[in-house]
Design a protein around this ligand. Structure first.
Ligand SMILES: NC(=O)c1ccc[n+]([C@@H]2O[C@H](COP(=O)([O-])OP(=O)(O)OC[C@H]3O[C@@H](n4cnc5c(N)ncnc54)[C@H](O)[C@@H]3O)[C@@H](O)[C@H]2O)c1
Length: 252
């Protein structure tokens, strides 16, 4: 299905895992894709894979905490493909995240870093993408969150706060610009094996599988399929939502 023919979409955090799978899925559906990542090499590798499949893509380095690089990432979509129709704001700092403990123990430098990337960075991407989307008469923003935002966990307090704050950002954008044809939605993945958790003990995956209603764990492609739908006209009447793609791990 080619639901994204003629669209230009930026993936902010598309070098590996969910973002890389999304870049490939969107390109398969006809989108021209700008793959942004902290690592220029990883971004270019994904873009090269898309080009080898016959799609259109470029890879660009950017950093969620460095505003000029975010502006340049968005500008590269305009320069290379003439405008912007959608952005998947996906990156999270999953390194600092490993030291993200509880409210008493937490090193505040870890908190500041997680908030800077996962929340402030998502706001900056939104600010730079919105004028470009409005210039096209509208567009779609999809944020990546996590069930951690709403299930309540005894650890990862910064991560949960950053993701819950992201929901507020998404709802604000949908409410403020919805009438101007901007759709903002959030995908909340369940546990999906990616580079980010490749060192996790097998027990963690087994526990995650026991916690789902589905017979298997998720794959990055499961999340990518939801992002593609939200970016497409099939998602035209979906706005301001947090959509869990987690095999039924959380039922709300
Ligand atoms: N994998 C899971 O089980 C899972 C579950 C719930 C939510 N998520 C969320 O999904 C998203 C993607 O996670 P993933 O598992 O694919 O991880 P991943 O590590 O494979 O991908 C994250 C990407 O973001 C990039 N990135 C990190 N910091 C950045 C920065 N400062 N600037 C620009 N790019 C940066 C990394 O280089 C990497 O390519 C994250 O928001 C994560 O919180 C993942």
């Amino acid at each position: 299905m080619k639901r994204l023919e003629g669209k230009t979409i930026v993936i902010a955090g598309g070098g590996t895992g969910i973002g890389a799978a999304t870049a490939i899925r969107l390109a398969t559906e006809g989108a021209r894709v700008v793959v942004g990542d902290l690592s220029a090499e990883r971004a270019e590798r994904v873009a090269e894979r898309i080009r080898a499949m016959g799609g259109e893509a470029i890879g660009r380095a950017f950093d969620m905490v460095d505003e000029p690089t975010i502006a340049a990432l968005i500008q590269s979509a305009v320069d290379s493909f003439g405008g912007l129709d959608g952005i998947h704001i996906n990156a999270a700092d999953l390194v600092a995240h490993r030291h993200d403990t509880d409210a008493l123990d937490l090193d505040m430098a870890i908190f500041d870093r997680v908030i800077a990337v996962n929340l402030r960075g998502h706001l900056l991407c939104t600010r730079h993408a919105l004028p470009r989307l409005l210039a096209r008469g509208g567009g779609a923003i999809v944020y990546t969150s996590s069930a951690a935002a709403f299930i309540g966990e005894p650890k990862r307090v910064s991560y949960a706060m950053s993701k819950a704050g992201g929901h507020a950002l998404m709802r604000h954008v949908a409410s403020r610009w919805g009438k101007e044809n901007i759709r903002a939605n959030t995908v909340a993945p369940g546990m999906v094996p990616t580079e980010a958790n490749s060192n996790a003990p097998a027990e963690r995956f087994e526990r995650a599988l026991r916690g789902t209603r589905s017979p298997r764990l998720g794959m990055p492609e499961d999340i990518a399929a939801m992002v593609a739908m939200l970016m497409s006209a099939d998602g035209e009447w979906i706005n301001g939502q947090v959509l869990s793609v987690d095999g039924g791990a959380t039922i709300r």
